[in-house]
Write a protein that binds this ligand. Structure first.
Ligand SMILES: O=C(CO)[C@H](O)[C@H](O)COP(=O)(O)O
Length: 265
């Protein structure tokens, strides 16, 4: 009897932004998740599913003795649904590689993170990793932070301290800083609550301030009640940006910029 062949699965047409996220994620996994890497941090956001997809494609033989550490609820689901082994950073404080998304990346690879309110765990997993790699689409590739991500610097705060912290952040130079509220039909009324039970303040600063994100990070971090700041300074070894033309731009920590792939006709 002749075997029945199932029709080929239709390739889902991705938007330019989606395909650039996928390009960046695939290139970063191919270059940085190597057979010897066993403890791997998985970040949060809409680019990270492509990271997990590419890791799964490396096959069972490479993945069966690896452990994957999530930065939040979303990445935990990705790991579990992908039938990868789940661990946590308290069991594995030394990570080989962490790959994560970003809201914006500047020319020195400083990042704004926390658009998804996961930046506390994201920073712990980035810091614990021997190699920390950022993946993003072309819209996140900037010279100065705050150019495209206008919402402000995400600051995770202890809930009972939020009102005092809002005042303090206003005095620090962000008069429009606000508490991040849950939005949209069917969501919680009131502020968003992080995976750690905290609130988030979004604090926009002027361009001059954002040109020196490390100084700003130190000032905000000193405020009592701040749990973590979504400024990741000097942490990433490389940032991969998928471009709309099908190429990938890679910014390295030493300032080198590399372009790979052939532009689409
Ligand atoms: O920092 C983050 C969550 O706290 C995410 O990594 C960031 O928001 C990236 O988002 P995306 O990949 O969806 O553009």
């Amino acid at each position: 009897m002749q075997a029945v062949q199932s029709p080929p699965k239709p390739e889902i047409q991705l938007s330019k932004v989606e395909s650039s996220k996928r390009l960046a994620a695939y290139e970063a996994v191919d270059r940085h998740i190597l057979p010897e890497h066993k403890i791997i941090g998985i970040g949060s956001g809409s680019t990270v599913p492509y990271v997990v997809e590419r890791i799964i494609a490396q096959g069972e033989e490479l993945n069966h003795d690896r452990v994957f550490l999530p930065t939040g609820f979303q990445s935990k689901e990705l790991i579990v649904n992908g039938r990868l082994r789940l661990g946590d950073v308290d069991q594995y404080p030394n990570i080989d590689v962490t790959i994560d998304g970003a809201d914006e990346v500047d020319h020195d690879l400083n990042c704004i993170k926390g658009g998804g309110a996961c930046h506390l765990r994201e920073k712990v997993l980035a810091e614990a990793a021997q190699t920390f790699i950022v993946v993003a689409d072309y819209r996140k590739n900037s010279d100065v932070l705050g150019t495209t991500y206008k919402q402000g610097v995400p600051i995770e705060v202890a809930p009972f301290a939020y009102a005092k912290l809002l005042q303090n952040v206003h005095h620090l130079g962000s008069p429009t800083a606000t508490l991040r509220m849950a939005k949209g039909a069917g969501t919680k009324a009131g502020p968003i609550v992080t995976d750690n039970g905290n609130f988030v303040i979004d604090a926009p600063f002027d361009e001059q301030t954002m040109k020196d994100p490390y100084s700003l990070l130190k000032k905000i971090k000193m405020l009592t009640g701040v749990v973590e700041v979504g400024l990741f300074c000097g942490m990433a070894q490389a940032a991969y940006f998928g471009n709309a033309d099908g190429t990938v731009t890679i910014k390295w920590q030493n300032g080198q910029i590399e372009n790979t792939g052939t532009p689409l006709a």
